[in-house]
Every structure is written in structure tokens, then in C-alpha cells.
Design a protein around this ligand. Structure first.
Ligand code: DX5
Ligand code: ZN
Length: 220
């Protein structure tokens, strides 16, 4: 089954609660919350996103899918665990040491939250293999992290296929989420390569009809 996680990164701040209601009616499977610290990526939207998450949690039962684009993962994890989100995904590039990655994975799980590991376009996919038995999902960045509205980088398609093969051959049950540049054309390519959760921001938010846009990108 293919699911859609709508990124609210580029939603209009004044209308955020209405947008959340409309996306819920349009049956988004998740809300994708992009947290940027001004260090891992240039923009710092950490305060704004924490407030958005708290407001959404108050009005919606749709699971919250948090994507931490931050250097200091610990600092942010606590806040989002307190809010009660469904899944926290952090970047493998935020750590130099394998033990630290494993520690962070188990800390999130101990707090009754799902955990994902994200990987940038230029990082070798094999770096996530050893963590696959312990995580719920892999998030393949299909653009450079930092902003919405970019085009999908074609070289990332092969990474999706490789991780899908690895997961299948080893009998794991791990979601493959893709993030960046998803539209009605690229969605077909990533689904064919094995992605089952598609993050989409501008394609959905800029469309006239959220429900139709969500249906379009779920189509094989
Ligand atoms: C990029 C973010 C993405 C992005 C998706 O750093 O992680 O979630 O906002 O937006 P679109 O779909 O516009 O590429
Ligand atoms: Zn994201």
C-alpha cells in the first residue's frame, strides 16, 4: 500500500489550521513536519515547526511524521516525544559514531515512538544497512534537504531500488519513505523502485484540490 505524508513546510502560516482540516478531509495518511535548525541546513524554522506540531496535535488524529534536519538530535527528540508524535526520523549524517546512532534509535523506541533514519542524496545507501533491523523506516532524500519546491534528483532512484532489494532479501519489514520533488510523474518512478510512503509538499499544497492531488500521487 502506498501512503502520502503531506509536508506542511510551505503552507500559509495564517491559514495553517484550515489547511490541516482540509488535508485531513482529503485523507492525507500523515502530516510531515520538517524541522530545520539553521546548522544542519541553512534555514532555522525549529520554533515555528514545534508550534505547528503542538497545534496540529490538538486538532487532529492524523499521525505526525517528524523529519529532523538538525545536528543536535537529542535536543529536539525530547520536545517531539513530549508532544506525542507517531514517528521521529533523524539524519545519519548528524552522527560520526555508530553507537550514538544506535543509542538514539533505542531511546526513541523506548518512548513508544516509531523511528526512522534519513539519508542525504550524496550519502552512500549502504551506510543504513546495519541499522535496518532496528528501525521502522528509511527516509531517502530525493532532493538536497533545506527547502521545498525542488526537482527530484534522478540519481536517487537507484538508491530506493537498492534499499528495497536489501530489505526484501533479508525479510525485514521497514517502510521506505521518499522526500522531495514528488509530483504526479516522479511518484510513479519512486513507487516502481519500492517506495511506500511519499512525502509531498508543494505538489499538494499548491494544488486546487488536495484530495485529487493525493490520489494522483498514490497511483501506480
Ligand atoms: C526538504 C524537506 C521536504 C520538502 C518537500 O528539506 O525535507 O519535506 O519540503 O517539499 P516538496 O514536495 O516541495 O519537494
Ligand atoms: Zn522532509
Amino acid at each position: 500500500m502506498v501512503e502520502v505524508s503531506t509536508s506542511i513546510l510551505n503552507a500559509n502560516e495564517e491559514e495553517i489550521i484550515k489547511t490541516v482540516y482540509d488535508l485531513e478531509t482529503a485523507k492525507t495518511d500523515y502530516f510531515h513536519i520538517d524541522v530545520m535548525d539553521g546548522k544542519f541546513v541553512k534555514n532555522d524554522i525549529s520554533e515555528k515547526m514545534r508550534k505547528y506540531t503542538e497545534s496540529i496535535k490538538n486538532v487532529s488524529n492524523i499521525p505526525l511524521d517528524v523529519h529532523l534536519m538538525v545536528n543536535n538530535v537529542e535536543e529536539y527528540v525530547k520536545d517531539y516525544l513530549d508532544i506525542g508524535v507517531n514517528c521521529i526520523t533523524f539524519h545519519i549524517e548528524a552522527y560520526k559514531n555508530e553507537m550514538e546512532v544506535l543509542k538514539q534509535i533505542s531511546y526513541i523506541k523506548q518512548n513508544n515512538c516509531k523511528v526512522g533514519l534519513a539519508i542525504n542524496p550524496n550519502t552512500n545507501i549502504e551506510r543504513v544497512y546495519e541499522y535496518i533491523p532496528y528501525i521502522h523506516k528509511v527516509l531517502i532524500m530525493t532532493v538536497e534537504p533545506g527547502k521545498g519546491g525542488q526537482e527530484l534528483l534522478p540519481q536517487t532512484i537507484e538508491k530506493i531500488a537498492n534499499i528495497n532489494k536489501f530489505i526484501y532479501e533479508n525479510g525485514y519489514e521497514v517502510d521506505i519513505e521518499v522526500d522531495g520533488g514528488i509530483n504526479e510523474k516522479t511518484s510513479k518512478q519512486v513507487i516502481e523502485s519500492g517506495a511506500n510512503i511519499l512525502v509531498a509538499g508543494s505538489y499538494i499544497i499548491n494544488s486546487e484540490d488536495f484530495e485529487k492531488a493525493i490520489k494522483m500521487i498514490k497511483q501506480k
